[in-house]
Design a protein around this ligand. Sequence first.
Ligand SMILES: [Zn+2]
Length: 91
Amino acid sequence: MKSKVILTALLSVSLMACAQETPKVKHKKAKTAVKSDAKPVKFANATDPICNMPTEADMKDTAVYKNKTYGFCSAYCRDEFKKNPEKYVQK
Ligand SMILES: [Zn+2]
């Protein structure tokens, strides 16, 4: 029964092909899980000069002073900075 051997061989090949599909799906899932590649903003200040809190890249309250972007924890700190930036920018 040669045909039965061929059939078995074909069946096992298709099963293997099926098994090989699984990693592809996993890979696709992993890719979707990757965060958006938006570049984090680099602030000129490592810490909020008003409250001394470390600045983070996703801070929304920012002020530009002398072509440098400064990040603040809140609108309050940003406004305080804007009132007197010279006081807070040290060089
Ligand atoms: Zn602050």
